[in-house]
Write a protein that binds this ligand. Sequence first.
Ligand code: FE2
Length: 281
Amino acid sequence: MLNPGQVEHYRQQGYLVLESFLDAASLDALLAASAELVTAFDPDQHHSVFRTTDRDQGRDEVFFRSAEQVQYFLEDEALDGSDALTVPAQRAINKIGHALHDHIPAFRSFCQQPLLATVLKQLGMNQPLLWQTMLIFKQPGIGGEVRWHQDATYLYTEPSAVIGLWFALEDATRDNGCLWLAPGAHRSPLRERYRVDWSDRRGTLETLNKQPWPGAEDAVALEVPAGSLVLFSDHMPHYSSANRSDRSRLALTLHAADRSAHWDAANWLQRPTLAPFLLGS
Ligand code: FE2
C-alpha cells in the first residue's frame, strides 16, 4: 500500500521506487522460476537476437509471436557471423517474454496477488490489465545496452495509460546496468512510435518529436537492492547501460494499462487468442 507522499511523488516525478517490495518467499519463487526457464533454453531452437541500437530493424516473427508465447531472445554479442554461440548458452540470453503470466504458473500466481492491482489502483487505474511480462537478464560481461526510450513508443494507448513495473530480482548497480531515468521528464512529448503494418508484418520506428533525450545531468541511476520495485509512466525516458561487470542483473518487468484505454492496433503486442489478464484476479 502506498502512502499519499508516494502517490504524489509518482504524479510529480513520473516514477516511484519501493525498496523491499518483494518478500523473501516471492523473490525466491521468481528466481527459481527464472532459473528453470534458463535451464530449459535450447540454443538450437532460439536464434532471435534483441538489440535496441538499429532502430528496431531486427524485430521479426519470433518477436511478434512472443506477445502470446514464451520466447527467448539472445544478446547481440552472443552469436558470431554464422549464428554459432560465442558464450555458454545460459549466458547468451538477453530476455524471455512476453506472456510468462499466461504460461508459467509461478509468474501467473505472482501476477494474481492483490497487492500489484492495489498499487496500480492507487496510481489511478480502475482495472489494471496486464499486457506483458518479461525477464531481462543483463548477463555479466555481455548484457547489452538498452538505449533511451519511452515505453509508449512500443505500447501505445489513448489516452496514455501504461505503467511499467520493474522488479529487481538481483541487486542493480551502475556497474551491472541498473535503470536510469530522468525525474519529471514523463511530461515530455513522446519522441518515437514503433508501428507495425500488419498487411506485410513490418514494423517501423517513426520519429514523432525531435526533443532530445535527457542529458547526463538530468539522468538518475536507480541503484536498488534485490526485491525492489520501480514503477514508471509510459512517457518516462529511461535506459540501462551494458553490464561489463562480473555480476548479473536480473529484472522482471510487467506492463499494465487501464482496461478502459484504447490499445492501438499498430502496437507490435497483440493478444488475439489469449483472455485478457486483469492483475489481481
Ligand atoms: Fe522500457
